[in-house]
Design a protein. Structure first.
Length: 125
């Protein structure tokens, strides 16, 4: 009887642990946000710039997207180019925000959904 109770108790504990782990690794909002695809490419910033208070010294920057296409961010009409054209103290166009607490490279997201945005990482001069 004692072994059976111990066995049932062990199964219950293992079930709880399994459920806890599966909820942490499920696809969707519980995952860590960030680029899930290869880089879109490299953008050359020709002069020192400031976007939403973030310094972007001239150099080469790798762009990664999440929840959107590379075409929306890259090129002369892309979001990154639009952001670079803003004045140093200009706010980002709505609904975009800079994730100030993002770890690593600067990240820009739609304020309505942090699952849509892009990361800009300096990779060279």
């Amino acid at each position: 009887m004692r072994k059976e109770i111990f066995f049932v108790f062990t199964l219950i504990i293992l079930g709880v642990i399994s459920l806890s782990l599966s909820s942490c690794t499920k696809d969707g909002e519980s995952q860590t946000l960030g680029p899930q695809t290869p880089a879109c490419g490299i953008v050359q910033v020709l002069t020192d710039e400031v976007i939403a208070g973030v310094q972007f010294p001239k150099g080469k920057y790798q762009i990664n997207v999440f929840g959107m296409t590379c075409e929306e961010v890259m090129g002369d009409k892309g979001l990154f180019s639009q952001f670079l054209q803003l004045g140093d103290n200009d706010p980002l166009p709505a609904p975009w925000i800079h994730l100030k607490d993002a770890v690593g490279a600067p990240k820009f997201v739609k304020s309505t959904s942090t699952n849509v945005g892009f990361r800009v990482q300096r990779v060279g001069d």
